[in-house]
Design a protein around this ligand. Structure first.
Ligand SMILES: *[C@@H]1O[C@H](CO)[C@@H](O)[C@H](O)[C@H]1NC(C)=O
Ligand SMILES: *[C@@H]1O[C@H](CO)[C@@H](O)[C@H](O)[C@H]1NC(C)=O
Length: 369
């Protein structure tokens, strides 16, 4: 493990103190392997300085130094995929919450080789592909551009068209995401590394799956006898929805005897795991606050009294019951269309019940000190 310093210009007004330095050094030593710290680039924002990101492996640090502009895109992308993860799991006990100023980003919960970890690895790799591909198309990066392979004529089920405009360079995005994100997993050969590599790939391919052809019509009065088309990525929500479905159907696997691959745990499983998320360990129930395990618990979470799903009070509160609060809600109402062209609304107030999960009762024996 190396720490470089000296000639590097730090964007801090104060010099890094000795204590601070020792702290970073300790972080580097005790950073567990499975904690993918490149996620932290998102929290660093404009302060991406490769030497300051704890837990990057050498290959990642090199890529970071060589392509600072790509790191900027990866950082901005991280905010988006984390938001998407939280959207997908907003009604779940585990809700993809992040820890502030914590370089592990998701906390210890990712140490477990669970279904949730499978999802986070997949969506984070997908997020890198998406962010880099988009930045290439927008001309923000030195190293890539629109897809130059898409030239001349081609055809689809509606006939011939000319390639034109800017096709998203998904292959470059995939290539870089693979080099950067997978670098950490190539250091060790164990079940977790195999699991991460597999799920990272699923994430990358998910973005490619939703590429679509977009066209512009030319020809007499919009007859569309001539078309110019380009390949474009769909909204990232599509990838999020897809991976969320894959989370629901994720497959439990165990490591092969010789450690070169994994086997599906269910002997009756037929088919391929190629496009499925895989996990090694069962998930905790996420009901209780368990800091060592990284579980925040569900005390105080809002639940839906009439739902029988994961957002229902029964499931969300793990049978502990809930508190109900009547709160005033302000909504837009009695909207009128005014000529021309505005809609004017009133503010209406009504009362709604909000249910929140009760905290866990401490068992009596914990009170005995
Ligand atoms: C997720 O759950 C935790 C506690 O269980 C809560 O503090 C947090 O606000 C929730 N986050 C989101 C994004 O809903
Ligand atoms: C609560 O759940 C019910 C049944 O699933 C659903 O119809 C309703 O929209 C939900 N309410 C909220 C506020 O999400």
């Amino acid at each position: 493990m190396r720490i470089r310093h000296g000639t590097k210009v730090h964007h801090h007004s104060k010099p890094i103190s000795k204590i601070h330095f020792i702290f970073i050094f300790l972080l580097l030593i005790f950073t567990p392997r499975v904690d993918s710290s490149w996620w932290y680039i998102g929290a660093l924002g404009a302060r991406v300085i490769c030497d300051n990101i704890p837990g990057l492996v050498n290959k990642q640090r090199q890529l970071c130094q060589r392509h600072p502009d790509l790191m900027q895109s990866i950082g901005e992308g991280a905010k988006e995929w984390i938001k998407e993860c939280q959207h997908q799991f907003r009604n779940h006990r585990w809700n993809c919450s992040t820890l502030d100023r914590d370089h592990t980003v998701f906390g210890r919960v990712m140490l477990r080789s669970s279904r949730e970890a499978a999802f986070v690895y997949a969506i984070s790799s997908a997020g890198v592909v998406y962010a880099i591909t988009r930045a290439c198309s927008q001309g923000e990066l030195k190293i890539c551009n629109c897809d130059g392979q898409k030239r001349g004529q081609a055809s689809d089920d509606r006939g011939n068209f000319d390639w034109g405009g800017c096709s998203d360079n998904i292959n470059y995005g995939i290539k870089f995401a693979k080099a950067f994100v997978d670098a950490r997993e190539r250091m060790v050969k164990d079940a977790r590394a195999l699991m991460n590599l597999h799920n990272n790939r699923c994430g990358r391919m998910a973005v490619k799956r939703f590429m679509k052809l977009e066209c512009k019509c030319h020809g007499v009065s919009g007859s569309c006898s001539l078309r110019t088309c380009w390949l474009a990525m769909a909204d990232f929500r599509r990838t999020g929805d897809y991976l969320r479905k894959k989370y629901n159907t994720a497959i439990e696997v165990t490591m092969n005897q010789d450690g070169t691959g994994f086997m599906v745990a269910d002997k009756d499983f037929k088919g391929s795991t190629k496009n499925e998320l895989v996990y090694v360990e069962n998930s905790p129930d996420y009901c209780l606050t368990d800091r060592p395990a990284g579980s925040l618990g569900t005390a105080g979470r809002v639940c839906n009294k009439s739902s029988r799903g994961t957002d229902g009070c029964e499931v969300m509160c793990c049978g502990r019951g809930y508190d109900t609060m009547r709160v005033k809600r302000v909504t837009k109402c009695e909207c009128k269309f005014k000529w021309c062209c505005a809609v004017e609304c009133q503010d209406c107030e009504d009362l709604v019940d909000v249910h929140t999960c009760k905290p866990h009762k401490r068992p009596d024996w914990l009170d005995i000190t």
